[in-house]
Design a protein around this ligand. Structure first.
Ligand code: PRT
Ligand code: ZN
Length: 283
C-alpha cells in the first residue's frame, strides 16, 4: 500500500484530484474524510494543508505527495523530487510600489521586504550579496507596502492582477514553480513498485494532454507531401476512401505545433481535417 498526500482544499486540490481520477483511480473526496482508500489501486489518499505535505513526506507518514515547488523549497526538508506535474504554475517574485525608481538590485540594500517565504528570500538575498531585512508575515503580503510595514514584498504571482490592483510592480523572479510529485527518501522496493505503476499512468495522462489525434482526407496526388508535413510518432496510417483517388490519413501531433501544421496541410490540399483529443497515450 502506498500513501499519497494531496492538498485538502485550495488551488492544487482540484488538479491533483483530476490527475488521479484521469489515472483511473476511484476514491472519495476530501469532504468526507482525512484519508480515502482508493478502491481499485493499492493507494491511500491523505488530505492535508499544503504546508504540511513536505514534512509528512520527509518523515514517511506519507510515501509521496503533490505540492508546489515553492512550498517544498521553502521548507528545506529532504524528499525526492520525482516529476513535475504541469499545473499550479506560478512564480515567487519581488515587487515594489509602482512609483519606486529601481535601477538595479542594490536598491534593496537597507530595505525591508515582507514575505511568507523567508528561507527562499534570504537565500536569494545572500546569493545576490544584498543586505535587506526579511519581515515574515503569514498572509495578505500584497498589502504590506501600502500599510507601511515594508518597502517591498516577495510573494507568489500568476496572472499579476493582484500586484496591479495593489499598486505594485514585479521587479525580479526568485523561483519558478509548479506542482511536483515528491517521495520519501529510501522508499521500500514494494512501495517503489506501486509508485512506478502510478507514474506510468501519470505519464500516459500527461502525454495525452500534449498531443492530438488528427484525421484528414487528401487526393492521392498530395499524399506524399502531406505525409512529409506530419511529424507523427511513427509513420501515419493511410486508408483508401470510397471515392477513388482519395485517401484518409491519420496520425498524432503535438498540440504546440498544431496551428502551424494545420496551415501547411491545407496548403498542401488536405480537406475535412478532424482534430480529436486523446484520453490516454501509452508509448
Ligand atoms: O490551505 P492550504 O494551506 O492548503 O492552502 P494555501 O492557502 O496555503 O495555498 P493555496 O491553495 O492558495 O495555493 C496552493 C499552491 O498553489 C501554492 O503553494 C502554489 O504552489 C500554487 N499557486 C499557483 C498559487 C498561485 N498560483 C497564486 N496565484 N498560490 C497562490 N497564489 C496567490 C498569491 O499568493 C497571490 O495572493 O494568488 C495571488 C496572485 O495571483 P495573481 O493571479 O493575481 O497574480
Ligand atoms: Zn498553505
Amino acid at each position: 500500500m502506498l500513501r499519497i498526500a494531496i492538498q485538502k482544499s485550495g488551488r492544487l486540490n482540484e488538479d491533483s484530484v483530476l490527475l488521479l481520477k484521469e489515472c483511473g483511480l476511484k476514491f472519495a473526496g476530501a469532504d468526507r474524510k482525512l484519508i480515502a482508500k482508493v478502491e481499485n489501486f493499492d493507494l491511500e489518499i491523505l488530505y492535508l494543508r499544503d504546508d504540511d505535505i513536505p514534512r509528512y513526506v520527509h518523515e514517511g507518514v506519507a510515501d509521496v505527495g503533490i505540492v508546489g515547488q515553492n512550498v517544498f523549497a521553502e521548507t528545506q526538508l529532504s524528499a525526492v523530487e520525482e516529476q513535475k506535474l504541469g499545473f499550479g504554475k506560478c512564480r515567487l517574485s519581488l515587487a515594489v510600489p509602482k512609483e519606486a525608481e529601481i535601477e538595479g538590485l542594490s536598491w534593496y540594500n537597507g530595505k525591508k521586504i515582507a514575505t511568507s517565504y523567508p528561507n527562499l528570500l534570504s537565500g536569494w538575498l545572500q546569493k545576490n550579496s544584498l543586505n535587506a531585512t526579511v519581515e515574515e508575515i503569514s498572509g495578505s503580503v500584497e498589502i504590506a507596502t501600502g500599510i507601511g510595514l515594508a518597502d517591498a514584498i516577495c510573494d507568489l504571482v500568476s496572472s499579476g492582477s493582484t500586484l496591479i490592483s495593489n499598486g505594485l510592480k514585479e521587479t525580479a523572479v526568485i523561483l519558478k514553480s509548479e506542482a511536483i510529485l515528491i517521495s520519501t527518501p529510501g522508499l521500500s522496493s514494494e512501495k517503489r513498485e506501486i509508485l512506478k505503476r502510478l507514474q506510468f499512468r501519470i505519464d500516459a495522462v500527461q502525454k495525452a494532454d500534449k498531443y492530438k489525434y488528427i484525421l484528414l482526407n487528401a487526393p492521392n496526388s498530395s499524399k506524399d507531401e502531406i505525409i512529409k508535413i506530419l511529424p507523427g510518432m511513427k509513420s501515419p496510417t493511410v486508408l483508401p476512401l470510397a471515392e477513388s483517388g482519395w485517401s484518409s490519413i491519420h496520425t498524432v501531433i503535438e498540440e504546440n505545433k498544431f496551428w502551424e501544421i494545420i496551415e501547411k496541410l491545407r496548403q498542401a490540399g488536405a480537406q475535412g481535417i478532424l482534430v480529436v483529443p486523446i484520453e490516454k497515450m501509452i508509448m
